[in-house]
Design a protein around this ligand. Sequence first.
Ligand code: ADP
Ligand code: MG
Length: 442
Amino acid sequence: MADIIKVEHLSYVYNPGLPTAVTALDDVSFTVEEGDFVGIIGATGSGKSTLITHMNGLNKPTSGKIYIDGRDLWADPEKIRDFRFLTGLVFQYPEYQLFEETCYKDIAFGPKNMGLDEAEVDRRVHEAADFVGLDPALLERSPFELSGGQKRRVAVAGVMAMKPRILVLDEPAAGLDPEGRDDILSEVKEYHKKTGTTVLLVSHSMEDIAKYANRVLVMSNKKIAMYDTVEKVFARAPELLGLGLSVPQVTKIFLKLREMGVDYLYLNPIFEAHSNHRYNTADYLNVDPLLGTNEDFETLCKEAAKYGIGIVLDGVFSHTGSDSRYFNREGRYGEGGAYRDPNSPYRSWYDFDPKHEGGYRSWWGFETLPEVNEETPSFVEFITGEGGVIDTWLRRGAAGFRLDVADELPDDFIEKIRAAVKRGRINPLSPLPLAPKPQGAI
Ligand code: ADP
Ligand code: MG
């Protein structure tokens, strides 16, 4: 893709020639590809705000060049206005710049200035309000009646409504409560995803940058210290810490594990189950809510993979819980299930026979742990078939399985599990490339 921003040897001095002269940018060069989401981070005073005010010509380089969409920004100072629409700049605390009597007028200010007709302006105001999650009922209200977070949204919408090719935001979450922060940043991310607009986001939170950006530009002492993908920059955690910057908590943990020589993390059963040992599986396809969500698991696998660490799972396939969506003795999962419904698709998984205590075969006679017949084709298919349990977890990012209760499984079922793992690990949908097989994992 083409570079939408190209900065060459940019330097900037405030108050040049005066005793108060300050060099704020020193020989900065970088490019941004169209559609990128770049996080800009650095200590206070490192030059972040000065850098971004150059992107739409608010500051003129003391030396060096800036090209936006291939055009030299300062080639013709008369045309600088064009760049104000090409690069939309949201300042820090932008709500202080609201001034119109209604939110609608504030958001419409930019598009009107661009000379758009009223219908187009109206369309854009509503679209932008929608992007930032602003209730349309608030459009006719004065911005001064709104909460801090809502005012901030109006200010951001005003810039979005100009449909800039590049959206630049200087600490858009500063001063908001944690919920407000997440909201506004997710809205920006959503906007980026939907419109493909290039985004430059200044933030002092590594967690935010990790969550939203795909590239990071690290400023230090008026220069670029690093500029790379999020993964590559975070892998240089010791240097970041040396620059006085933090790294996300999860990065710290995986770096530490890596340092300790850990290649694989083996998780005891994590599938939904209604007791803490979790050997009484209730649902093979979902993470127990006590531990998190399926998305959390995917995130964990993705993060771990960045440090070359694989996540290996356990699964208990010799029995399920009686309190499961398959057996459902306790009725938690409605009317169906093998115990309640003789026509249940799960009925054949279990051995119902009055000779057993409780009327069914169970593990060591524990009635809460009905044994599964591992030769039942529908069970084998459910666990090891295409799109089955093994496949699902590998696609979510698991690196393999290590079964604690393997001794109770028939050999050919184990063979089928092994085949499913091997097939899944080379499945293109599986995010983790083939890693060396961990000891003891199948
Ligand atoms: P950041 O946004 O990373 O905190 P800035 O770009 O605001 O950094 O500041 C970079 C340097 O420029 C700092 O040394 C700061 O004191 C100086 N600076 C910023 N704005 C001005 C200004 N208006 N006049 C003089 N110096 C300034
Ligand atoms: Mg700043």
